[in-house]
Design a protein around this ligand. Sequence first.
Ligand SMILES: CC(C)(COP(=O)(O)OP(=O)(O)OC[C@H]1O[C@@H](n2cnc3c(N)ncnc32)[C@H](O)[C@@H]1OP(=O)(O)O)[C@@H](O)C(=O)NCCC(=O)NCCS
Length: 204
Amino acid sequence: MQFRDRTRAAWPGAAGEDDMQIRTWHPDDLNAVAAINEAAVPAMNSLPAAELRRLLEIAAAGLVAEDAGEIAGFMICLAEGADYDSLNYHWFSQRYPSFAYVDRVAVAPSARGRGVGEALYEGLIAALAGSRPVLLCEVNQDPPNPGSLRFHRRLGFRTVGRQELEDGAKTVVMLEKELTVAASRLNRAAPAPTRSPRRSAGRR
Ligand SMILES: CC(C)(COP(=O)(O)OP(=O)(O)OC[C@H]1O[C@@H](n2cnc3c(N)ncnc32)[C@H](O)[C@@H]1OP(=O)(O)O)[C@@H](O)C(=O)NCCC(=O)NCCS
């Protein structure tokens, strides 16, 4: 597989790019996605393909990195208000009214360290198009996942909390990365400007 220099952007629409593309998932991708998910255990929890599919169906963005016909990585991102029974998702839901929560991001072991994970985040930010003010995710502190922590810090995530799970057997670090909300969305949400009353010509 050929991968780009990871300093360059990689999502559909970017000009002059090589073979790799970040695109929305398709049901045909499920087996490859499930295999990459399994290869990422215990950094991520094991999930059968049917449950991954349900998550992708309720996701705000379900993305895959495809290189020369092979799935090299995937990402599942949920927005607020999703029907998702996860302690980490609930932790963030209680603290943020509007968000994009990365439930899982994983790259095939043979493709790691070549910019695929970063390209998935770039694709996510492009897909969100300024609709959410913040990206959220958690990374395992115990058992440790230093690679993912370094990866997320490098992308600008900062720690906003910690949570113990499974009766203290597991600790996760809660991370956030602020996003710039698109000006068009801000304009739409803002109250209509008050007009100064027009004077009619006759009153002059
Ligand atoms: C974490 C993961 C998604 C990163 O994707 P990737 O394509 O390998 O990462 P990229 O090539 O885009 O970025 C590489 C950077 O990430 C960090 N990084 C990624 N894996 C690392 C590792 N094993 N050890 C140290 N740093 C690592 C480094 O900062 C590295 O850049 P640097 O070497 O210049 O400092 C991928 O390694 C993976 O699938 N890991 C297993 C699953 C997982 O932990 N998912 C996250 C759950 S929270």
